[in-house]
Design a binder for this molecule. Structure first.
Ligand code: GAR
Length: 196
């Protein structure tokens, strides 16, 4: 069974769906949930489900990303994770942290990559007049929101959509996509999952 560390920064709804999926004969189990923000609501959801939590605040480290990442490595090491799932983790990770985890770290991003790397993906899709939008799970490489695609789900963009209504439609698909990708990936199958 693969041991999975899940990194969050906020509500943790994707984290909850991952936790709920890792039962029975699933090839992975969560060993720890880590947040860079002690106020992240997702920490309470993890604790309620009996999953250990760790907080490594980024703020005290200022611009020293190496020290922040060193602290993260130290915080998760006792749980001996095999895989890391980024689930709404809003800090960039440098090559120093990412390289040792190559092929063992996943991220979910709220766009159909390679479109709209970075922030404000829903606003940018609306601005561009896209009629289709969605989300992507990919392997993490040192380049932001890059790396081999492991799954995508599409949603329609509707004429009256706002950033909020579109984000909610995408998030519903994120909740379906990420557990499916993790189950497949943890079993050693890297073929992409394509939804709708
Ligand atoms: C999700 O939409 C996720 O795709 C996005 O943040 C949200 C987290 O929601 N991630 C990024 O933007 C990564 N740059 P959650 O905390 O409820 O899972």
């Amino acid at each position: 069974t693969k041991r999975v560390a899940i990194f969050i920064s906020g509500g943790g709804s994707n984290m909850v769906k991952l936790l709920e999926s890792m039962v029975g004969d699933h090839p992975a189990r969560a060993c720890v949930v880590l947040s860079n923000d002690p106020q992240a609501k997702g920490l309470e959801h993890a604790e309620a489900r009996g999953v250990p939590t760790e907080v490594v605040r980024h703020h005290p480290f200022g611009k020293d990303r190496a020290a922040f990442e060193h602290a993260i490595s130290g915080a998760i090491a006792p749980y001996a994770p095999d895989l890391i799932c980024l689930a709404g983790f809003m800090r960039k990770l440098t090559a120093e942290f990412v390289d040792p985890w190559r092929g063992k770290m996943l991220n979910i991003h709220p766009s159909l990559l390679p479109k709209y790397k970075g922030l404000h993906t829903h606003a940018r899709a609306l601005e561009a007049g896209d009629t289709v939008h969605g989300c992507t799970v990919h392997e993490v490489t040192p380049a932001l929101d890059d790396g081999p695609i492991l799954g995508q789900a599409r949603v329609p963009v509707l004429p009256d959509d706002t950033e909020e209504t579109l984000a909610a439609r995408v998030l519903t698909q994120e909740h379906l996509l990420y557990p499916q990708v993790l189950a497949r990936f943890a079993s050693g199958d890297r073929r992409p999952v394509l939804l709708s």
